[in-house]
Design a protein around this ligand. Sequence first.
Ligand code: ZN
Length: 239
Amino acid sequence: MERPTLAYYRSLPKGDLHNHCLLGGRRSVIEKFTGRRMAPFRSGGCGIADLNAWIVSELRPLIQLPGGFEKGVEAAFLQALHDGVTRLEMSIDVTLGALSGIPATRIIGVLQQAHVTVAPGIVFLPEMGFPRTRSLRSLLAAAEPFFSSGYFRAIDLYDDEEAQSPAAFRELYRLAGSLGMKRKAHAGEFGTAESVREAVEVLELDAVQHGIGAAGSAEGCAAGSCTFFASNAPQIFPV
Ligand SMILES: [Zn+2]
């Protein structure tokens, strides 16, 4: 039997519910605009630290060029369109403004503009992204203009799973829940089944990003985690 081609899979309508915007863009679009090439990512076996190092050395310098942020967002919508995505849940980091000097109003304007001009047919749910390495106080301060805009529909938590326990972010997730936002978090990307279970329970998650650790631990299953995931059923995206 002939295997379907990549073009066939691209032609099928699909949802992309785990997208980090500037990390999800078509690299050719960014490289053509900036005239610079990004070295391909290579894992050195250090988990999220390898990815963070690649972002700092390869992606961030291009995004910080004049017009680079706008082109990065445009590239993300172009990639989604190219992949046949019809529903896009895509996060933008709330600390980006402080890191790159881009105010929240401009970030929201760029997202709106790119959605309308590049892919108006895609159902887009803007998401606020929170790095787990920052204190709750600093994150709430950075996120205030994002929350007050009323533009965002979901939140996500990512970066080093070891940095802080889910309990440190309970207040943030309660706030998002009170505003009717979808509550997502990375858990089990590199952590254990128990860490996924803890995140689901403490943060009252609607969806788990990655969550692969939920299946990888015999101890976790023996302790009841598998039954827990089967019966508590947040969405889990084992990427
Ligand atoms: Zn992710």
